[in-house]
Design a protein around this ligand. Structure first.
Ligand code: AMP
Length: 394
């Protein structure tokens, strides 16, 4: 069974082709296009690349196309991207402006080019279906909650991968099996049972931290929109809800203008005034740029805040995992986040931390009660697996 997974951005389209023929999953091909203006031409080019590489004879060889979609009204889990689902995504286009509109447009183009082919969406919110209502709820009136003003959580595919892989690497096959078998459409899932407590730090262009008990998410830093939680590359992260009307009244900005600032000129970019890339910010901080230094400290401070919250919720921790571009590569930030936490059982090994990047590794000392780990994430694999499960269960 061959499944194409496509990652669609407002000007980019990436793909990976998975083959599940031999029981295991194998990546047959991957590629991507930048500066995309027309998804339809790009999709044809993807198919040409797959044909030229000998991976498919035609689109007929694909069992389905899978998408890591973000959020939709009253829809989560892994579902076929029907007109109803695309409409439900449209409902939240203004909440996820960088994500929902490109996916809706891209999926429509895929459907036109491959009529009848299952287009399957795994929503980033799916991993959080089992969190408690208290963890989901903002203290707003019921009518607002019913419209979706609640903590949804994102990066679900990434954190689900970390839930599975951390258990495997810690030799907890019982929990790994449970995490793998957790069907994202499965309704509420009990988190009791064999105890494995993990905090997963997905830190990259956008960042979030999720608490995981026995393979199941118990809460996460991101809220209603992907703009929330930790400071993101150029998106604001958490902000007091009264700041927005205050700024609008004081400056005369419209809601759209203020939202644009929150989505594009805030986060690490806004604080540092240097760049939205942590490498540039770290370089500037090293040469004495105080705003750049502050941006690093802010990210560290917020990360510790969320790790602390889940450490308490989980009544301790077995593993603290770093993943994504910053988490996998930026040793000084990992060191800052883990500094002075010996009383919580977190003891980073300085040499291991400094000498490890973008590979699976334990970077805590041998006697550290909490294992600090780097695990490169694999979101596309999670999408492909869930799409396969969806097809198998149909
Ligand atoms: P991601 O969204 O996971 O692709 O992460 C992208 C971000 O990771 C970039 O904006 C960089 O700030 C950061 N990043 C990637 N590679 C490195 C590196 N070698 N050192 C520090 N930061 C990095």
């Amino acid at each position: 069974m061959k499944i194409l997974v496509s990652n669609i951005g407002s000007t980019s389209l990436k793909y990976r082709l998975f083959d599940f023929s031999n029981g295991e999953s194998a990546v047959l091909a991957k590629g991507g296009f930048e500066r995309v203006t027309d998804y339809s031409t790009t999709i044809e080019e993807v198919l040409t690349q797959l044909r030229d590489g000998g991976h498919i004879r035609s689109a007929d060889d694909l069992a389905a196309v899978g998408f890591k979609t973000i959020m939709a009204k009253d829809v989560s889990g892994c579902v076929e991207a029907t007109d109803d689902v695309l409409e439900a995504m449209e409902f939240y286009s203004s909440v996820a402006p960088a994500h929902n509109p490109p996916y809706i447009a891209g999926i429509r183009q895929f459907r036109e080019i491959m009529p009848g082919k299952p287009m399957v969406a795994l929503f980033e919110t799916a991993f959080y279906q089992h969190t408690s209502v208290a963890a989901q709820r903002y203290a707003v009136p019921q009518e607002w909650y019913d419209l979706g003003v609640r903590r949804w959580g994102f990066h679900g595919a990434s954190h689900k991968y970390i839930a599975e892989r951390s258990a495997e690497l810690l030799g907890r096959e019982d929990v790994a099996e449970r995490a793998r078998s957790l069907y994202v459409n499965g309704g509420r899932h009990p988190v009791d049972g064999p105890d494995l407590r993990v905090v997963s730090c997905h830190m990259g262009g956008s960042s979030s931290i999720t608490g995981i008990r026995n393979g199941v998410a118990i809460g996460t830093s991101m809220g209603m929109s992907p703009q929330s939680g930790l400071p993101q590359n150029n998106r604001v992260g958490d902000l007091d809800s009264h700041a927005l009307p205050f700024i609008m009244r004081k400056t005369g900005m419209s809601a759209d203008e203020a939202q644009e600032v929150l989505c594009k000129q805030s986060g690490l970019q806004g604080v540092s005034g240097v760049s939205n890339d942590l490498r540039d910010i770290a370089d500037a901080a090293a040469t004495g740029n105080e705003r750049a230094q502050l941006a690093l400290e802010l990210l560290t401070h917020q990360s510790r805040h969320w790790i602390g919250a889940f450490h308490l919720d989980l009544n301790g921790l077995d593993a603290l995992v770093f993943t994504a571009g910053i988490g996998e590569n930026r040793a000084p930030l990992r060191a800052d986040i883990c500094a002075n936490l010996e009383n919580l059982g977190i003891r980073l090994d300085a040499d291991k931390n400094n000498n490890t990047r973008a590979v699976e590794a334990v970077i805590s000392t041998d006697d550290s009660p909490v294992k600090v780990m780097i695990i490169p994430t694999n979101e596309e694999l999670v999408v492909a697996r869930e799409v396969k499960r969806f097809l198998d269960n149909r």
